[in-house]
Design a protein around this ligand. Sequence first.
Ligand SMILES: *Cc1c(COP(=O)(O)O)cnc(C)c1O
Length: 382
Amino acid sequence: MRFAMEYKVRFVNPQKQYADHRDEFLKAFDETLSRGAIVNREELWKFEEDFAKFCGVKYAVGVNSGTSALDLAFQAAGVGPGDEVITVAHTFMASISTIALAGAKPVLIDVREDFNMDPGLIEKALTARTKAIEPVHLNGRLCDMEAIMDIAKRKGLIVIEDAAQAVGATLKGKKSGTFGLIGCFSFYWAKALGGWGNNGMAVTDDPEIAKKIKLMRYNGEDREIRKFYYHGHNLLMDNVHAALLSVKLKYLPQWLERRRQIANRYHKGLEDVPQVKIPRFDDPRFNDIYTNYVIRAERRDELKNYLTEQGIETMVSWATPMYKQPLFDKEKPRLVDVRGEVNELQETEKICREVISLPMYPELTDDQIDYTVKTIRDFYNK
Ligand SMILES: *Cc1c(COP(=O)(O)O)cnc(C)c1O
């Protein structure tokens, strides 16, 4: 096991971003706390307004994590016992667990080459109980929301987007999280817009839904008139965090542009390596933000070890399909791939054996990218 300090290229580097903008962060922190603005104050309302503007929606409601945003989204949309929600297995568990926590049943369908939901499988997975679709925009790339919204409209289904990894990603210029009824974002520190703790956001154009989530995130109470409308948890976003994230939101467009530059440099360096499949999916409708740069590699585990030895930190997300986790030992969700109802999703299983995420953050230098590329090429040339 290596010590972190021995890495030449860290997988993420929050210290660098903090150092680059330290004065602004300290100023925002100081101004907020000096005013005694602790809970549900101007900083939060301003960040919500700016974030809604950034996405191009009417309402944004700050909560304490991406998981909470999904939790409240399913509850506010009226998803509950007896309902089924179609999503994917190739995602973080929160996408699936929040469906189960709402009392509904997750139905997991396979993904395509671009790691995202295969819209062609939605109709195969439909039953009379299907209430909603939850597309997950993985790694900073949107699902094919044109196809998904078309099916949802025809079948009368609610769409809740898990946009935790896709802040600012677009399809024909339209931002992630704005296609369905509710879009859910995460400001977990390693995401493209991350704080120093867990926060998140639910966005919508529906005033009733926005109001419901606003009440539900704060014990179900309208604090202005001191009336309670729901049994609720306390899931409010931190006010001081909103002030810090407002600083970051200003830089987000340039940071996303830098992520695209880094992805292009990786693409160019790796496109002719036959053992590697790069995440370049030629379709001019999409503008990806590369929250993660994920390649599919032959001898993945050996490659990962070799990169570690050479001082390059990487991650595998995920080596085990979610439906094989112990929480599903007693009852496995229904799985659907191109063959129909199955015990294992074909593409998802393959992805779990092949994926490896390379270092990706705006502060990564060209030298670090080139060193990572060279090391991968060396590995396959040995
Ligand atoms: C990070 C993430 C979440 C959960 O967000 P948290 O803020 O960590 O609760 C949900 N879905 C996906 C796809 C994620 O990557």
